[in-house]
Ligand binder design. Sequence first.
Ligand code: HEC
Ligand code: HEC
Length: 449
Amino acid sequence: MAEVIRPTEAFEQSEPYEALPGGAATLRNTTDRDAFSHPSANMSFERELDFLLGKALFEKIWVSSPSSTQASDGLGPLYDARSCQACHIRDGRGQPPDQDGSVSMIVRLARPGGGPDPVYGRQLQDLALPGHAAEAQIAVRYREIPIELAGGETVVLRQPEYDLGTLGYGPLNGETVFSARVAPPMIGLGLLEAIPEQDILALVDEDDRDGNGISGRANWVWSRDGEQPMLGRFGWKAGEATIRDQSAAAFANDIGISSPLFPDGWGDCSAAQATCRAAPHGDGDIRDTEIDGAGLELVSFYSRNLAVPERRLPDDPEVLRGKQVFYDTGCVGCHVPKHVTARLADQPEQSFQLIWPYTDLLLHDMGDGLADALPEGRADGHEWRTPPLWGIGLTAEVSGYSRFLHDGRARSLLEAILWHGGEAEPQQTAVIAMTPADRAALIRFLESL
Ligand code: HEC
Ligand code: HEC
């Protein structure tokens, strides 16, 4: 197995199966704006029906309680969006707010030990039902930072500064810090969940014993789903262990919907927000929680099975050259190309596949430029999980815009690379110093993913 997943040293042609980043689950022949919305290609017809039921719940618009449509009520009272799809637009990534406002960004809150803000809870909700104050309005301004590259090109980076507007429930606790994050794309998540834990832990190198400047730490987080501490895999700081954990947390914090994992009908309202807690909720009528265990499982099944599209032109000479630049520059130190998923009897779509996500799922210190102060599990303010790069070249096609990194500050792949610091500073420096032709080839390779 080690042989199969070792990064290649030959770049004359693409490797066997490289064109199919999601293994047999890979979506073929589709690169249009719906390219992220298809089920795993190896899914049976019967299971596709569950996928469609999950999709309906992912797109469902929740309404306030009490309501005649009892199966869809329970929204809020405080919320960021009324559906999953509102943020994960066409199952792709979100973007920071612009002049027209935007809902696909969230603002997480924590105090130094990781606990919630005593009033505002785990997250700021910028929308509220009538009779309740919204917690904040989130606006962003940018400070421009020009960087000159070898060859003469200048790239302007944008450093975000947030304005939380009028806070609805008084000032934030003096110790509370916040972290603004856009919705990541939804493809390939079940495959990432299926990478054996020991394979990820084998990449951990906390004290950089191999001396390559890259350490890599595992996040360990409490899993409500597994009822034990587990390896974090999902979210920009790997703060959630399983897709069911992440989905239930999204229902609670983003939409105000309770589930068996988050049974409180008031979502993220704290004890200090008494009116919110006392408001009518959608549970206790025909359901124990606003979405029941079966519904949560369908949404999780959907989230697990959005297919990764096949590569475009992996044998194009410039793509192959860019691939070599990606490997030679050391990007693969974190964006680990291949993994083999576990054998899973009840998940045939994800079982035992050679996949190409370009991530180690570990935390890395990315320097001051990208740091927030927010701790999450074992992750500190400087650490971020290496995001998968599969499908990244289809971002503009699917979303109609290109916004990268945890807060969507980067408008292009090159800007995203130039923000790399900390453990990845040598790679950033190398990209600045390389020839324009090598840099163009590197971008071309990323666009082919
Ligand atoms: C208000 C916007 C918003 C809504 C609504 C929303 N999400 Fe998300 N989603 C996000 C953000 C932001 C993240 C990254 C979270 C983090 O870093 O902690 C995320 C992360 C995820 C992830 C992990 C992806 C990854 O690559 O690690 C999954 C799965 C997910 N959301 C599923 C859902 C489901 C299911 C729903 C509906 C119940 C939902 N989301 C609703 C914004 C949203
Ligand atoms: C030390 C680990 C590390 C190295 C080395 C590294 N990256 Fe990254 N990369 C990350 C992390 C972590 C992020 C997410 C940072 C954030 O969102 O704030 C990221 C984000 C990205 C993104 C944006 C992804 C997205 O979904 O928005 C791209 C593109 C990218 N890296 C490409 C590269 C390239 C090309 C190289 C080599 C020149 C490289 N990276 C080297 C860790 C690394």
